[in-house]
Design a protein around this ligand. Structure first.
Ligand code: PGA
Length: 247
């Protein structure tokens, strides 16, 4: 199983700032290659082009959000063709900030998954429960709903192009990552769901996200069914992101 270490820069960095971090990451990966890890950066859309160009093939890039249409009257939106044009090969779909701040429903998320895959973008589907859902014992129900609706309509052929990121909403940007027991439990549930949905569900990478830092990355990566990390705050500086890449 491959291991994916992904940076989600969210709404941070000007073009020049993005270019500087990307150049530092590429230089380090060139000097000291990582054999067993795929590195991925989701910069803001305005920097996708320059971050892709700086990669020298050493990492991949993706879009944080897009709209599931070829083109047309969708003010403010970005199409998969534009993502390809800017060098992106991945799309983040269903991030908790999209679900909770921008009120994206499961149906739109499913549409985006379908559209991205049909337009040759790999998909990182983000799932995770809120604190209220966890306290109400809804973890399995929420994960089942988010995953089955997100990948409904996908066939075995899509498996190679999908990754799932488990990001408990209460751990994102709070400085408080989930504990090993909580991560193990959620990732096992997700693996069971993926096995039920896809005959080859075993091979879908499951990433953990939520307050990953250089100090906890190694331990989290050692847990069963953890096949990578999706890093927000700690990916904004090249130094800490690279420490996580090499954790
Ligand atoms: P965080 O964000 O690492 O800052 O908690 C993770 C994410 O939202 O992808």
């Amino acid at each position: 199983m491959r291991t994916i270490i992904a940076a989600n820069w969210k709404m941070n960095k000007t073009h020049a700032q993005a270019e500087a971090v990307a150049a530092e990451v590429a230089a380090s990966l060139k000097e000291q290659p990582v054999q067993d890890r795929e590195v991925l950066i989701f910069p803001p859309a305005t920097s996708l082009d320059c971050v892709s160009q700086a990669s020298q093939g050493l990492y991949e890039t993706g879009i944080q959000n897009f709209y599931p249409a070829e083109d047309g009257a969708y003010t403010g939106e970005i199409s998969p063709a534009m993502v390809h044009d800017a060098g992106g090969t991945w799309a983040l779909v269903g991030h908790s900030e999209r679900r909770h701040i921008f009120m994206e429903p499961d149906a739109l998320i499913a549409e985006k998954v379908n559209f991205a895959l049909a337009h040759d973008l790999k998909v990182m589907l983000c799932v995770g429960e809120t604190l209220e859902e966890r306290e109400a014992d809804q973890l399995r129900t929420v994960l089942l709903r988010q995953i089955t609706s997100g990948v409904s309509g996908q066939t075995a052929a899509s498996v190679d192009n999908i990754a799932v990121a488990y990001e408990p909403v209460w751990a994102i940007g709070t400085g408080k990552s989930a504990g090993s027991r909580e991560i193990l439990e959620a990732h096992e549930i997700i693996r069971d769901i993926l096995r039920a949905v896809f005959s080859d569900g075993e091979s879908v990478p499951i990433l953990y996200g939520g307050s990953v830092k250089p100090g906890n990355a190694h331990e989290i990566l050692g847990l069963d069914n953890v096949n990578g990390l999706l890093v927000g705050g700690a990916s904004l500086e090249a130094k800490s992101f690279l420490e996580i890449v090499r954790a």
